[in-house]
Write a protein that binds this ligand. Structure first.
Ligand code: GCB
Length: 605
């Protein structure tokens, strides 16, 4: 049971909201002095840093970029006297990977997990009509008992270093917006929606949770703001005549308003845009509103120059424009839940989102993307600490589904990326995780996980849990790249034939495939890393995709080049982007555009 509401913060007649974004005081705490010296009451120094942003890429010192441990933020917040009769919260869009929140020197709450929002109830800790000192201790150390997985080691020089079991830079900090939020004591806490479409009409089954007993009503407004339907009660059905459906790349959004009222009027009002649509898996088809869809798009990252993984509203806009230009209709939020604004934008633009929880690195290796291709196995889920990991994982799934379930764009949950699945120990772990997601999601959306290279028929013990089989495959890159690409194709087809033999009668999609390519490198004839090779690689993989009817989607790795840990396999980051990190097209972007503009939405149906 969630302690606080996960609803996106909005201002309404009953709710007040003010942004805490901007410059915050900032201080690294390499010696762990903060706790002893009570920095919760105020941090030392005068350094200022922007929020939202990752802290790593602003500074010129490598010790700062690579820092592992505690770091502290501080800002004063004015809390208006008019908020006295409400409950007042600090809302963090995310604090990576864990945080403790202090107000006027008093610790209010802690939160574990770096990619989901949390609230600190500061009602009784603040002084009204005055400034209050907000301090946040954040920590970015990686462990195997939380997600994403990795280790933190101590170097001989005494400095700590993060060792991720995943292939993206361990950016951290207050990477999403911070708000002050005042809501009525009796408030809308949560709501669920489920849809049924019959002919021209639709039924929206709804269920609202509040923190009190006063009556609830719901009202549905069209895009012009005109009420088109309504209902009374915490649970009920909204009948929508002549419903406008939310369609792929042709979204229609209604505005749902939920009200709690008493004899004096409105106690609380909450509103959110929603879309009427259904998602189903039928045989090998993915159906949106009963019609088959073929996914075209990307595995992405939240990643860009200077702000790192910090939410960047301009970059978000650019990314959607590029995705539209290239003819994409979907993306996966690899490898963690993204900023809420990105799902709102996907709702508006009609993109299909596979929403991934940060369960990445469940394969004990600093280069698992590489080693799984060589057949390495690690039996990840047999550790003494696995129960702790499972607990953290399930909590993150609960927060993810609570946060994102009412976005029409979210069509599936990705519950793990590239876990070790060749050992029986994975099976009970998977069962818990998959059952949990099913139980929490009223819409019963399909669940999936991205299969690593060694999770193949005969070896993988867990694929049966997936409603959509999602493959990450690198034939022609990690396996038989370059002049050996013809052999890569043979191996690729052999694997796909083996899947076909199993007659799973489920849709398959590719959630990763790709080749590292340097934005400025040209070579004729091709060599690996050249633009020419990326195109050859795509020609080969596209032919394989087109040969199997049960393949219902292709999401290339990656949308754009992104930062990783430094190392001999990464040239200042992963270069599998179809766009550069600065969001300009590589040659392969034109090839994909040609293909994706041509492929019909119901391709292979
Ligand atoms: C993978 C991982 C992804 C890596 C990618 C790669 O399998 O899921 O995080 O970035 O391979 O490029 O190696």
């Amino acid at each position: 049971m969630l302690e606080h509401s996960m609803l996106y913060p909005v201002a309404t007649v009953s709710r007040r909201l003010s942004s805490m974004d901007g410059m915050w005081k900032f201080c690294l705490d390499g010696q762990g002095a903060g706790e002893k010296e009570n920095w919760g009451g105020g941090i030392p120094g005068k350094d200022l840093i922007p929020v939202p942003a990752s802290f790593q890429d602003f500074y010129t010192e490598k010790d700062v970029r690579e820092f592992a441990g505690d770091f502290w933020y501080e800002k004063d917040a004015f809390v208006p006297g008019e908020w006295k009769d409400k409950r007042v919260f600090l809302r963090f869009g995310a604090a990576t990977h864990r945080a403790a929140v202090y107000v006027n020197g008093k610790k209010i709450t802690e939160h574990e997990g770096g990619f989901l929002p949390f609230l600190a109830d500061i009602t009784d800790a603040v002084s009204y009509d005055s400034y209050n000192k907000i301090v946040v201790k954040v920590n970015n150390e990686l462990t195997v008992t939380n997600i994403p997985c990795g280790e933190t080691c101590v170097l001989p020089n005494g400095k700590k270093m993060n060792k991720p079991y995943f292939d993206f830079f361990n950016y951290a900090g207050l990477q999403r917006s911070v708000h002050l939020l005042a809501i009525p004591k009796e408030h809308v806490f949560d709501f669920d929606l489920d849809y049924e479409i019959s002919g021209k009409n639709a039924k929206i089954r709804y269920s609202v949770k509040t923190t009190g007993e006063h009556p609830v009503s719901v009202s549905l407004l069209d895009e012009k703001g005109v009420e088109v339907a309504s209902s009374e009660g915490k649970d009920g059905v909204i009948d929508v005549a002549d419903a406008r459906l939310w369609q792929v790349r042709n979204a229609y959004l209604y505005h749902l308003i939920i009200r709690i009222t008493d004899d004096d009027g409105i106690v609380d009002e909450y509103g959110q845009k929603i879309g009427i649509r259904t998602i189903q898996i039928k045989g090998t088809s993915i159906l949106v509103n009963g019609e088959p869809v073929y996914l075209k798009g990307f595995g992405k990252h939240e990643d860009c120059d200077v702000v790192g993984r910090g939410f960047h509203i301009g970059m978000m806009k650019r990314d959607f424009e590029l995705m539209k230009w290239i003819g994409a209709n979907s993306f996966r939020t690899a490898h963690y839940p993204y900023s809420e604004e990105i799902y709102q934008m996907a709702d508006e633009e009609g993109f299909l989102v596979i929403d991934e929880v940060a369960a990445v690195g469940m394969f004990e290796s600093l280069m698992n993307f590489m080693e799984a291709s060589t057949g390495k196995k690690t039996a990840f889920f047999e550790k003494e600490t696995t129960p702790l990991l499972l607990k953290a994982h399930k909590k993150a799934i609960e927060e993810l589904i609570a946060r994102d379930k009412n976005h029409p764009c979210v069509i599936a949950w990705s519950l793990l990326n590239e876990p070790e699945t060749t050992n029986e120990a994975a099976v009970p772990y998977f069962k818990e995780v998959f059952d949990w997601a099913h139980e929490l999601d009223v819409q019963k959306r399909p669940r999936t996980f991205a299969l690593i290279m060694n999770s193949v028929p005969g070896e993988c013990k867990c694929y049966a849990f997936s409603d959509i089989i999602a493959l990450n495959r690198y034939y022609g890159w990690y396996v038989k790249g370059g002049y050996e690409i013809s052999e890569a194709e043979m191996m690729f087809r052999k694997e796909m034939d083996a899947w076909k033999e199993l007659r799973l009668n489920k849709p398959f999609i590719f959630t990763e495939y790709g080749a590292d390519t340097l934005g400025l490198e040209h070579k004729l004839p091709s060599v690996m890393w050249s633009q020419e090779y990326q195109e050859e690689y795509l020609d080969m993989t596209n032919e394989v995709f087109d040969s199997y009817d049960f393949i219902k989607g292709e999401q290339i790795w990656n949308f754009a080049d992104f930062q990783t840990t430094e190392g001999i396999l990464r040239v200042n980051g992963n270069k599998k982007g179809i766009f550069t990190r600065q969001r300009q097209p590589k040659d392969a972007a034109y090839l994909l555009r040609k293909r994706w503009k041509k492929l019909p939405l119901d391709y292979k149906s």
